[in-house]
Design a protein around this ligand. Structure first.
Ligand code: AMP
Length: 283
C-alpha cells in the first residue's frame, strides 16, 4: 500500500491512474478505523480497480474543541488494517496543506442544517462540506463511499455533489454494529465497558420505535414511546429522536405505503456523544 502525504503526491498518482482509465473508489475517514470503516473499504476494493482511503481529522467540522482534541488517533494500527485488506493508497494530508489560509468558505445546506445534527452541531455540516469538496477535488474518484450510520451526512454529501456537479457516484453503506447492537464508532474507544453496556440501549430504543410503527402506532406516539424508553436509561441523555423519511429527512407525520422510514437519535454518555439510526419500510 502506498502512503501519500502531500497534495502533489496524490495529484501525480491520480493523474497516472486516470491515464490508464482505472476506476477509482474513495473512502474518506477520520481514522481510528474499525470494522464499520473497513466494510466501506472492502466494498470500494471489490467495486473498483484502485481503492484510496484518506485519514484526516477535520477540525472544521468539530463544533466543540474538546471533541476535536479528544478524537482518537491510531494511525499505525489503521495503516496495518488497510494493508491487510488490500487497500491501494492511504492518503494522509496535513492540516497545513489542507487549510493553508484558515479557510473561511462556508456552506449552507438549507433545511438539512436546521434539523437533528444540523440543529445541535452548528457549523458542523459546513465543515463536512468543505473537507469533502477538497478531498473529492484532489482524489477525483469515480465512486465515493459513506456510511449510513451518518445518515444526515450522507444526505448532505449527496446534495453537495449534485448541486456542485461533482462527477462522482455517492454510495451509502449499511451500518456495522457490535454484537450488542451498538453501532461501531471511533468515539466508542472513549467509552468504559459499563458505558458500552449502557450505549447498547440506543439500538434497543431504535428497534422499539420500529416495533411500535409496525404495530400500526402513529409516528408521534411511537416517538413518545421510544423517548420514554431512553428517559429511563440511567446515564444516557437523549438529545433528539426523530422519525423521518430516509432520503429527504423530512419528519413523518402519517406513514405512506412503501415509504422508507428512518429513526435517528443522538445521545450523550458522560462526555461522549453518539449518533445512530435504523431504516426500514412498512408493507
Ligand atoms: P468517520 O471516520 O467517523 O468520519 O467515518 C468515516 C466513514 O465511515 C463515514 O462515511 C461514516 O459514516 C462511516 N462509518 C462510521 N461508522 C460506521 C459504521 N459503524 N458502519 C458503517 N459505516 C460507518
Amino acid at each position: 500500500m502506498k502512503v501519500l502525504k502531500s497534495i502533489n503526491s496524490i495529484r501525480s498518482f491520480i493523474q497516472k491512474e486516470k491515464l490508464k482509465s482505472r476506476k477509482i473508489g474513495f473512502v474518506p475517514t477520520m481514522g481510528a478505523l474499525h470494522d464499520g470503516h473497513l466494510s466501506l473499504v472492502k466494498k470500494s476494493i471489490k467495486e473498483n480497480q484502485i481503492c484510496i482511503v484518506s485519514i484526516f481529522v477535520n477540525q472544521a467540522q468539530f463544533n466543540k474543541i474538546e471533541d476535536f482534541t479528544n478524537y482518537p488517533q491510531t494511525i499505525s494500527e489503521d495503516q496495518k488494517k488497510l494493508e491487510t485488506i488490500g487497500c491501494d493508497v492511504l492518503f494522509l494530508p496535513s492540516h497545513d496543506e489542507i487549510y493553508p489560509n484558515n479557510d473561511s468558505l462556508k456552506f449552507n445546506f438549507g433545511f438539512l442544517e436546521t434539523i437533528m445534527e444540523g440543529q445541535y452541531r452548528p457549523g458542523h455540516f459546513s465543515g463536512v462540506g468543505l473537507i469533502v469538496s477538497k478531498l473529492l477535488n484532489l482524489v477525483q474518484p469515480n465512486v465515493a463511499y459513506f456510511g449510513e450510520k451518518d445518515l444526515q451526512q450522507l444526505a448532505v454529501i449527496k446534495k453537495l455533489t449534485k448541486d456542485l456537479n461533482f462527477n462522482v457516484e455517492i454510495i451509502g453503506v449499511p451500518t456495522v454494529r457490535e454484537s450488542s447492537g451498538l453501532a461501531m464508532s471511533s468515539r466508542n474507544l472513549r467509552l468504559s465497558n459499563k458505558e458500552k453496556e449502557i450505549s447498547a440501549n440506543i439500538y434497543k430504543g431504535l428497534k422499539l420505535g420500529e416495533e411500535c410503527l409496525r404495530s400500526t402506532m402513529k409516528p408521534l406516539e411511537a416517538k413518545e414511546k421510544s423517548v420514554a424508553f431512553f428517559d429511563k436509561i440511567n446515564g444516557l441523555n437523549l438529545e433528539y429522536l426523530e422519525i423521518v423519511e430516509s432520503n429527504s429527512l423530512l419528519p413523518i407525520k402519517v406513514i405512506k405505503p412503501n415509504q422508507s422510514i428512518s429513526i435517528c437519535v443522538a445521545a450523550i454518555l458522560g462526555n461522549v456523544r453518539l449518533i445512530d439510526n435504523i431504516s426500514f419500510t412498512l408493507n
